[in-house]
Write a protein that binds this ligand. Structure first.
Ligand code: ADP
Length: 198
């Protein structure tokens, strides 16, 4: 098995790269999806959050009230750390389970937005970073429905390009056309992935 950690700032093109790798046969594990599943109604994760932050972070029907939780942890790093301590270990455990369940010889790609922030670079055979100019990312996020101010705030809250680059084995630039990104993914696949799985 070859374990690839895929990361990049919000709007850089991680999901796009993950989809291109999946087309080539990779098993993709999406940390954002696992984080949502970890706090779905009825999960121990959601129970832990309600115990930590009170019933005010639940909706009437017992689901997570994301807006309410966000307003609690926003601008309170200690609360944010307590939330992360509930969610992150569950996401990692589930990711490890899914990776272990992949067929022998699989290429497993974990899409981990906060790979650098959570210190996980050492868990992968290869760290693949997608890098895109901040203003291009803002424009793409605005196309996706975010306000420019929100997009900039999220970018500012994440690791910097330099920090991600410091742990990268390979950096893909995504400032150009989608076809240029696809060509880089193809090169990565034939030069780094195929030789490692032969
Ligand atoms: P991330 O997963 O890193 O947040 P996405 O892969 O979802 O980023 O890309 C963010 C947005 O930008 C998406 O709407 C995507 O379709 C678009 N996008 C990605 N790469 C390009 C590109 N090279 N040119 C134009 N739009 C792009």
């Amino acid at each position: 098995m070859l374990k690839i950690g895929l990361t990049g700032g919000i709007g850089s093109g991680k999901s796009t790269v993950a989809a291109l790798l999946a087309e080539r046969g990779a098993v993709v594990v999406d940390a954002d999806r696992l984080a949502r599943e970890a706090v779905a109604p009825g999960t121990p994760g959601l129970t832990a959050i309600a115990e930590e932050f009170g019933p005010g972070v639940l909706t009437e029907d017992g689901a997570l009230d994301r807006a309410a939780l966000a307003s609690v942890v926003f601008a309170d790093p200690a609360a944010r750390a307590r939330l992360d301590a509930i969610v992150h270990p569950r996401v990692r455990a589930r990711a490890a389970e899914l990776a272990a369940a992949a067929p022998p010889g699989s290429v497993v790609v974990q899409d981990v937005p906060l790979l650098v922030e959570t210190g996980q670079a050492g868990s992968f055979d290869l760290v693949l970073v997608v890098e895109t100019e901040a203003e291009t990312r803002v424009a793409r996020l605005v196309d996706r429905g975010l306000s420019a101010a929100d997009a900039r705030a999220r970018i500012a809250s994440q690791a910097t390009d330099e920090q991600r680059r410091a742990v990268a084995d390979v950096v893909l630039r995504n400032d150009g056309a989608p076809e240029e990104l696809a060509a880089q993914v193809q090169r990565f696949w034939s030069e780094r992935v195929e030789p490692a799985t032969r």
